[in-house]
Ligand binder design. Sequence first.
Ligand SMILES: NC(=O)c1ccc[n+]([C@@H]2O[C@H](COP(=O)([O-])OP(=O)(O)OC[C@H]3O[C@@H](n4cnc5c(N)ncnc54)[C@H](O)[C@@H]3O)[C@@H](O)[C@H]2O)c1
Ligand SMILES: O=c1ccn([C@@H]2O[C@H](COP(=O)(O)OP(=O)(O)O[C@H]3O[C@H](CO)[C@@H](O)[C@H](O)[C@H]3O)[C@@H](O)[C@H]2O)c(=O)[nH]1
Length: 356
Amino acid sequence: MVSGKGRGERILVTGGAGFIGSHTVVELLRQGYKVWVMDNLQNSCVEALHRVCHLVGPRLSPNLQFHHGDLCNPADLDRLFNASSSFDAVIHFAGLKGVGDSVLNPLHYYHNNIVGTVNLFQAMAKFNCKKMVFSSSATVYGQPEEVPCAEESKLHAMNPYGRSKLFAEEMGRDIEKAGGEGEWRMIFLRYFNPVGAHESGKLGEDPRGIPNNLMPYIQQVAVGRLPHLNVYGHDYPTNDGTAVRDYIHVMDLAHGHVAALRKLFANDTIGCTAYNLGTGRGTSVLEMVAAFEKASGKKIPIKMCPRRPGDATAVYASTEKAEKELGWKAKYGIEEMCRDQWNWVSNNPWGYQGNH
Ligand SMILES: NC(=O)c1ccc[n+]([C@@H]2O[C@H](COP(=O)([O-])OP(=O)(O)OC[C@H]3O[C@@H](n4cnc5c(N)ncnc54)[C@H](O)[C@@H]3O)[C@@H](O)[C@H]2O)c1
Ligand SMILES: O=c1ccn([C@@H]2O[C@H](COP(=O)(O)OP(=O)(O)O[C@H]3O[C@H](CO)[C@@H](O)[C@H](O)[C@H]3O)[C@@H](O)[C@H]2O)c(=O)[nH]1
């Protein structure tokens, strides 16, 4: 069990204006860290960070600095590392995340996610900041041969997005191996399906365009932006025929990042280690729809459709390693995820920027 508050360590958070990043920044500030967000706002807006400041209040908000910059531009990284006299650790969220989009635009994904990560590693090496928490994904398990997915399972990417996560992990392992003992410390957090929102209703997921993922799609149906939910596949060998996933509350993820940071600072033999962040529980698409209807009091019309190519039947996490080594365990269930997601979307039906 790794515990204790941050002692003012200086943390660079790439992609910190995004969905998971903004929720994590709230927790980092509350735990006493000093945070620099670097984001090019290609899938987010600065309003999310204004709200973070509002949530943590005037005492802690001066500990957050925003730097508009692109990881694909090494000069942006150099400027930031120079201006801040380097960092104690980096949490690397920045990346593009659309599975289907990555199949259509592979070069765009490799450029942004791989070149961006190479540049970040180079800046970290140059400025001697060698601790990183990286946003990996359950996507590195591909179509899992066995569930629950354990960290030592075979890794297999099925699309350019997944390959960009797997390559980044492999890159990290190579860099760590090439360094001296204890020189680099890296934790790869493999998230399952992040959903929900901050309990205040001030922060949440605000995707651009038509959402690809289940919960953002449901939330837009609930507020009348979309007419119905397409349920992809109703002939899976599951209890109700729909696919099963491990949904995890974004605030549980935020706490998972704080636990990972503490581990990085406390343990000089961590090397490169991967942890699943999931609940260990599987929920079907129809169960998720029912839970959201209950939380919101809204009917979500559905249309049964064929399976979405590439989707697995059931994916959920083995959670033992994170529990044992990070002292972290998800607290929230699907009721709280749906409650907080509804609170966010009912207060912000058009996201951060109003009616756009
Ligand atoms: N949300 C999920 O379902 C999920 C699941 C598993 C893993 N992940 C990973 O977690 C991370 C965060 O995901 P999210 O859901 O918060 O996504 P998000 O799109 O909301 O946040 C990503 C942020 O990174 C920024 N960004 C992207 N490329 C950048 C670049 N080159 N330079 C600077 N900033 C850049 C974007 O503007 C955005 O603010 C991503 O790496 C994603 O692949 C997400
Ligand atoms: O409109 C929709 C959207 C999704 N689904 C289904 O809902 C389930 C969950 O889908 P989705 O929310 O898209 O998540 P995943 O396909 O499990 O992938 C997410 O979770 C992975 C594991 O973390 C990440 O790697 C991916 O980036 C992220 O998109 C799947 O069975 C989908 O077929 C629908 O039925 N209708």
